[in-house]
Design a protein. Structure first.
Length: 359
């Protein structure tokens, strides 16, 4: 559920990973077994996040090989987090990592289908199972990442096992995590920022637009190259759809990636006016955009997409995003209590109280 809307947080520091959906799902499940303090919960989450990103850095060709990192690295992250929450000793925590990593799976071919979010759920299940088995003495290799047939070597054409511990202890990787202001593939966010900014700055009438020209990182087209999305899930991975809804609606939230919006004739017509050109010289969070309307050309450059570590969302914006998602489901009063509970999570005595609020 956390990954379904493609609205979850994203780390882009060399590894594009949505850690929270698999990690938090596993931790919430295990926290129902016995009381867990907020401080222990937060620590387990941070440890899982660290393990997932660091494991990803050992396999630089992992994403290029077609694996869906939320499923693969998510399994490792959830296993480490679950093991920490269960307070496993060093040996059993090593086993948990081995059991989690051997279950790592998920293929990018399933983008735009229900299987993509299934990967995140399966990763959570795999991680929780790994910790529970390790707790009972179920063993695994001691070298699941760096071994001759370990994760770094068989999930990537290039192995960098030294990255597993590079700089360990100097800083927490979670501090460079990003949050999504838009409900779609994170690589689309720079171009969405650009189109919305032009729309607002120039008061562009979509009906007067003859062309939308984008210059983006090549990864954007390789991940989000769907030209004629037929479903909302597919539209989350469409460069042309994202540019179209950003101009028409000035937004890219849940409503802009629905089945109805994907089939909207006005959106479809504007999609065909979008041209995206890859540029190796751009960063993954950078984009240039131009809109030609009424014979005039309007241009803009986005250096860092909103929500990234270099252009972060404010705490207020994150809280507003939570309320917008949660209030229609659990009611505004309950959502407000959950928001305030999370704001002081490290001081809370038992996370089961939060689970009750969200349930």
């Amino acid at each position: 559920m956390g990954h379904l809307l493609d609205y979850d947080d994203t780390h882009m520091g060399g590894v594009v990973l949505h850690s929270s959906s698999p990690v938090l799902a596993a931790l919430f499940a295990l926290a129902e077994r016995k009381p867990v303090s907020g401080a222990d919960f937060v620590l387990a989450y941070a440890v899982g996040f660290e393990a997932g990103v660091r494991a990803g850095r050992t396999a630089p060709g992992h994403h290029k090989g077609g694996w869906h990192l939320t499923g693969t690295l998510g399994s490792i992250a959830a296993g480490a987090a679950s093991g920490k929450l269960l307070n496993l000793d060093r040996q059993r925590l090593t086993y948990a990592l081995g059991i989690a990593a051997t279950q790592a799976a998920g293929m990018q071919q399933n983008r735009g289908t229900m299987c993509k979010s299934f990967h995140a759920g399966k990763a959570a299940q795999s991680g929780a199972l790994a910790a529970l088995l390790a707790e009972r003495g179920f063993d695994a290799t001691q070298e699941i990442v760096e071994g001759k047939r370990g994760f770094a070597r068989i999930y990537s054409d290039v192995a960098a096992p030294e990255q597993l511990t590079a700089g360990l202890g100097a800083r927490w990787l979670i501090e460079s995590n990003g949050h999504k202001p838009y409900a779609c593939g994170v690589v689309l966010h720079p171009l969405i920022d650009a189109v919305i900014a032009l729309r607002n700055r120039e008061a562009v009438d979509p009906a007067a637009v003859s062309a939308i020209e984008l210059r983006i990182h090549p990864l954007v087209l390789s991940i989000t190259g769907v030209v004629e999305p037929s479903t909302g899930l597919q539209s989350k991975f469409s460069t042309v759809h994202s540019a179209a809804v950003a101009l028409i609606d000035g937004a890219a939230g849940v409503a802009q990636y629905s089945d109805a919006k994907a089939a909207d004739p006005a959106v479809a017509a504007l999609r065909r006016k979008v041209k995206a050109t890859p540029d190796e010289g751009l960063r993954k969070d950078e984009a240039h955009a131009a809109i030609i309307a009424n014979g005039k050309r309007h241009e803009i450059h986005i250096a860092h997409a909103s929500g990234t570590a270099d252009n972060p969302m404010s705490d207020l914006a994150i809280a507003e995003k939570f309320m917008a998602n949660a209030a229609p489901v659990i009611g505004r009063a309950c959502a407000e209590r959950a928001r305030d509970y999370v704001a002081a999570l490290e001081r809370q005595p038992d996370v089961q109280n939060l689970i009750a609020l969200l349930g």
